[in-house]
Design a protein around this ligand. Sequence first.
Ligand code: ZN
Length: 402
Amino acid sequence: MQGDDLVATAEARHVRYTYRLRVPPGARAALLAEWDRCRWLWNECVSRSQKAYRDGQKCGPARLDKMLTQARAMTPWLAAGSSVPQQQLIRDFGASRAKALKDIKERLSAERRAGMPRYKRKREADPTLNYTRRGFRLKDGRLRLAGGIAVSVVWSRDLPAEPSSVRVYRDSVGHWHASFVVPAAPEPLAATGAVIGIDWGVREIATTTSDAHDLPHSEFGEKTRERLTRYDRMMGRREPKKGQAASKGYRRAKQWRAKTHQKIARQRRDRARKWAKKVVRDHDVIAVEDFKPRFLSRTTMARKAADAAIGATKQALLEMGRKHARDVRLVHPAHTTMDCGKCGARAKHALPLSERTYTCTACGLVSPRDKNSARVMLVRAGLNPAGDDGVGPPGAPLREAA
Ligand SMILES: [Zn+2]
């Protein structure tokens, strides 16, 4: 999920098509060797940027490019790998660092280094390689990557257009995939005259200004939860001592757990897409809280699940909005629980999470807390929530956001 968030904003009119790969042993070894080099390079970037951050120096794209050139000149092992994924990695690093710095700047109260790129450890990080146009070729149904690596693609559906880049990666279960970026033609929908405000939350994934579009959280099934607990216990019992290799039993339990998580993620995505489709079909303009999951996700399992669900749902909404050429406006999340959705007055204190009703001291509005926040989204996006259902008077033009 993490990587795709970035893609969503950078590639406005592109979509990803992902396929399973059949990777022969030789190609697998070559891919893993490429990944070792990229991982080393990434960690080098992290340590340099941390030093630059401490010293108050810049660590922009030009500096990182120069570092790559120097490192390749000095390290034959690095230079033996293809330069395409390495250059792409440097770019990705720069983008994710710039995004984190921007977030930190906007949210002064957040953890100082929250969201900054972190070290990738060999055991934890799954291999990911990105190739731009000049780094890959499709020939006779096979994918040929720079550095003489050839793999077979399982073409489960047709690629609709010539891809501009491809990400080759191994998931936590151990399967390899290729994710192609292709241009997408927008498919505009009929205008509806309706607008909607959306607030993300822990009680409901999405609370909206339209009761018909609220999305409750779905609990894992009882069976799924039992299974996860069982695998966690199995892993706990078989956990390798420091410096020792993991046992077969441990690795197996770990893979079962990864499979279960993958299944949960798939169900979550399907549900998010269905909901997003409905929201996008029924509204011309969508004002949505620009929620950043990683700032909250360090507490309980339920919280983490809620964060993951919100992340997947927000992404599905942005993609669906783009696909159907709707106007989706991201709203800064600060103070949304303190503002009144009717008169715009700001309360003096933040509402405690236990307080489920918002009462405005200025205009007297009494409204369920999350419904009020959803209304605040509309106001902040420059849309006037005229009626209770969020539909403006007929014929009234929608105001543009400031
Ligand atoms: Zn008010």
